[in-house]
Design a protein around this ligand. Structure first.
Ligand code: SF4
Length: 268
């Protein structure tokens, strides 16, 4: 795929997500949380490209939070962003560094709580009302499977949501973009991706699910798209949550005993 085609595919998918989930509105200032990886870099570029073409006016800036987990100095990335005139800033989060020193084996819960606090503080300082995260289609699929298989819930990530105080809209515009595309895109840009120590972890549930999906993708190339599509077409009357079931038969013409989902249907 040529660089132009990649850019086109990226913009199409990001544009679709932005419109469908009302991610960006006129007058917004969007701050991209740039982790140094291929996904958030691709996101930043996509939003800058979109900004130039969108019929509404919004601004884009980017920031990085240093939590002590980068495996290499961030300088090459800083140079890269500077050469592209990106409105970007770098912030060391001292409480996160202290956490790493005091509890080197702390889990994701604590780490992301510290990051969230830092992200809100930084975004406020940048005058942003929207924060964009680089979660991809792969992340949505993994999160969906993890919740279903390990937490007993039908749930994934919200494409658009709000901070608790409702002072920030939190968006994930790469919901329809898979990591095969972000990898190729970041590579084509010659971006000096900076890995995070956690990305090297093995034996995690996330890695296991990623491998399963990857294996299945060889046989069923569109499996992630299908899973994303399933997340957008929920048939609540065919799940097991009594809040959404017509247990007293009050909904006219909705389901019948003859339906294939009926307990009286023959299941082979
Ligand atoms: S994977 Fe690493 S950086 Fe991400 S939340 Fe967990 S501990 Fe933090």
């Amino acid at each position: 795929m040529s660089k132009k085609d990649m850019e086109k595919a990226l913009l199409k998918k990001v544009g679709e997500a932005v419109a469908r989930f009302k991610m960006i509105r006129d007058g917004d200032r969007v701050a991209v949380a740039l982790s140094g990886g291929k996904d958030s870099l691709t996101l930043m570029d996509a939003l800058i490209l979109l900004q130039r073409r969108a019929p509404i006016h919004f601004t884009v800036c980017a920031f990085t939070v240093e939590q002590g987990k980068f495996l290499r100095p961030f300088e090459p990335m800083a140079q890269y962003l500077k050469s592209r005139n990106v409105d970007w800033s770098y912030h060391t989060d001292n409480p996160s560094l202290k956490l790493l020193e005091d509890q080197p084996t702390h889990g994701c819960d604590l780490c992301s709580r510290f990051r969230r606090r830092a992200v809100y503080q930084i975004a406020k300082g940048l005058g942003a009302n929207v924060i964009a995260f680089g979660h991809t289609a792969d992340d949505f699929c993994e999160s969906f499977l993890r919740n279903a298989l390990f937490n007993g819930r039908v749930s994934s990530l919200p494409p658009t949501t709000y901070s608790r105080e409702r002072d920030f809209r939190l968006i994930r515009p790469l919901v329809y973009v898979n990591e095969a595309l972000t990898s190729r895109y970041a590579e084509s840009m010659g971006a000096p991706v900076i890995p995070c120590g956690c990305s090297q972890r093995t034996g995690t549930v996330r890695k296991g699910l990623r491998d399963i999906l990857g294996d299945m993708e060889h046989q069923y190339p569109h499996i992630k798209e299908t899973l994303l599509s399933a997340m957008g077409k929920i048939e609540t009357s065919r799940l097991l949550d009594p809040r959404y079931l017509d247990l007293d038969g009050e909904t006219i013409g909705e389901t019948t005993e003859a339906d294939e989902g009926s307990p009286f249907a023959i299941v082979e």
